[in-house]
Design a protein around this ligand. Structure first.
Ligand SMILES: Cc1cc2nc3c(=O)[nH]c(=O)nc-3n(C[C@H](O)[C@H](O)[C@H](O)COP(=O)(O)OP(=O)(O)OC[C@H]3O[C@@H](n4cnc5c(N)ncnc54)[C@H](O)[C@@H]3O)c2cc1C
Length: 417
């Protein structure tokens, strides 16, 4: 549906970017996403899958590099424009939106670091790629460590008892990497490059970690099977294994001395994206509920003509606008300052994912039995939204991390904004 935007100051360029994203979302993303959702995880990444054509089209339209600055070859669009694009994408498919974001993540982080060698070796080729053949992922979660590895400020995080499943050791001018990352790495089995989190100094627990870029065609890398799951089935996921994989010393972007602020920067960006995407999903659910309530007749008139239904529809609208307001405010803050105020990204991610989930849940209820059938998108929105409460850090762990920041740094002084 055509959608009124509460921001009356959108420029012509903002509108044009939004309309380009909307057209791609409606004509390409949503139909492909529904096809992929019905396939097995293996079929989805096999030759001939519509996933490949989708990625090629997205790269041709430069949608793979919306987060990257113009001077390195990226799109250089504003934080608000990023939000507009992500909302449209997630209206069509949360899973494919995440896929399109993770392809750029190692390169996005390399831009943050700004090291010339990394820019020339990795970022510029990615920005020039038009056929979808260079694809990143970020790999932090391990089989034995999900929340632990994100739990900055908690005792476990700095405990020497925390032995990660993946270690990197410096030998001369090379890092030697051994271990594995969990099956939850988004885009993992189809990625060509990983932003890899590895333990360097186990005596500091996970505070002794580092972050590097690893091309996944290096000797000693192997991948697991694509993961089968209930939601975001159109998002490929799978394990990565490293057996004596060697990379140059200079590809380690963060070492233990800078690891915690680095993790916070990465988490802040990932969580902002999750919040913006939740707006699209919340809106998709709201639109489905509104349309159905006008069409379905019960008690002799359309559902929407019953007073209680008017209230329920309004609540869906309210949550959608709340998602949009919160995620835009957080993106506007944290994409414009460095270092970011992480608590605002955590606020946006935890609140917006919960509201999008509530919308998808309530929309099924409004659709009644029809909401449960595979025939309509409503049940997919619900499955996809459920995954967001765990994705990029489960919401309870992120809230604890936010509380830790408040305990340590609040009340903030005005000049720290
Ligand atoms: C769709 C999706 C996409 C993802 N994409 C990626 C990706 O691209 N890259 C990547 O590396 N990872 C990715 N992940 C993994 C994700 O970050 C982890 O699943 C998440 O951090 C939670 O870890 P876990 O699943 O191991 O749960 P656990 O950490 O085992 O948590 C299980 C439960 O225990 C609770 N809990 C944990 N610790 C505590 C505590 N100290 N006190 C009280 N309660 C606790 C949690 O709140 C939760 O309810 C993805 C996950 C999903 C679902």
């Amino acid at each position: 549906m055509d959608y009124f935007d509460i921001n009356l100051n959108l420029s012509k360029e903002d509108e044009a970017i939004r309309m380009a994203a909307r057209e791609f979302a409606q004509k390409v993303m949503r139909p492909v996403s529904r096809e992929l959702d019905a396939m097995s995880a293996e079929e989805m990444v096999a030759d001939g899958s519509p996933l490949w054509d989708f990625l090629k089209k997205a790269y041709e339209l430069d949608f793979h590099k919306i987060l990257l600055p113009e001077y390195y070859g990226g799109e250089g669009i504003s934080p608000l424009q990023v939000h507009l694009v992500l909302e449209e994408f997630a209206w069509a498919s949360f899973g494919l939106s995440v896929q399109l974001l993770v392809v750029c993540f190692p390169f996005y982080v390399a831009c943050m670091v700004g090291d010339e060698e990394l820019i020339e070796t990795f970022v510029k080729p990615f920005c020039k790629c038009r056929d979808g053949s260079i694809r990143g992922c970020w790999a932090i979660t391990e089989p034995d460590h999900g929340s632990d590895i994100l739990a900055v400020g908690e005792e476990c995080f700095e405990s020497e008892k925390m032995r990660g499943n993946l270690q990197a050791i410096l030998e001369g001018d090379e890092w030697v990497i051994n271990g594995q990352k969990s099956a939850w790495v988004s885009g993992g089995t189809i990625a060509t490059h990983a932003l890899l989190f590895c333990q360097i100094d186990p005596s500091r627990g996970f505070a002794g970690n580092g972050v590097c870029i690893v091309p996944l065609d290096r000797k000693g890398v192997s991948k697991g099977k694509p993961l089968e799951k209930i939601g975001q089935r159109d998002l490929n996921q799978g394990e990565l294994f490293f057996n004596n994989v060697r990379i140059p010393k200079t590809w380690m972007m963060a070492n233990p001395d800078f690891y915690v602020p680095f993790l916070d920067m990465v988490l802040a960006a990932a969580n902002l994206s999750m919040a913006a995407l939740s707006t699209g999903l919340a809106r998709a659910a709201f639109e489905e509920a509104l349309a159905y309530s006008k069409q379905r007749i019960q008690g002799g008139r359309p559902l929407i003509e019953h007073y209680v239904m008017k209230q329920r529809i309004f609540e869906l609208f309210a949550r959608t606008e709340s998602c949009r307001a919160i995620s835009r405010a957080a993106i506007n803050l944290n994409f414009n300052i460095s270092p970011p105020h992480v608590e605002y990204s955590l606020w946006a991610k935890t609140q917006c994912t919960e509201m999008a989930f509530q919308n998808s849940h309530e929309t099924i209820q409004i659709w009644g039995g029809n909401g449960l059938t595979k025939e309509y998108i409503v049940e997919k929105l619900f499955r996809d939204a459920r995954a967001t409460l765990i994705e990029d850090g489960n919401n309870e762990t992120l809230a604890r991390h936010g509380g830790h920041i408040l305990a340590e740094t609040y009340p903030r002084k005005p000049d720290t904004f």
